[in-house]
Design a protein. Sequence first.
Length: 147
Amino acid sequence: MYKLWIFLHLFGVVVWVGGMFFVLHCLRPALADLQPALRPPLMVGVLERFFRYVTASIVLIWVSGAGLAAGIGRQAMQHGVLTMIVLAVVMTAVFGWIRLGQFPRVRQALAVSDLPGAAALLERLRRLVLLNMVLGILAIAAVTIWR
């Protein structure tokens, strides 16, 4: 069962952290080639889909993490694992703020054709996603390098 939990955990992390890397460093820069009026609607469409996968990945990460923790026991957890858990709590809270607090405002701005407003809100989201990506990389480092 341990190998299955590890696989599910890593799959969830790859989708979430890898997806953030792709959005920030591949998709977003490529949008510069589009007309400004096309950028926010495309980004919202992409993020709608991505956030559904991230939500499922977060559930998968927490369930598989609980399965792994149950097999290890709290006393046997190394500092890197505990650091990863703390970072995961923060990342989950940041994602919740993005998904439930900020992203609806972007959709609302687009619904009333406020493209400058939507673009400004997307910039705020970019910073929050960047924060979460850095935290995700630190969590990976915590369990692989800093053990």
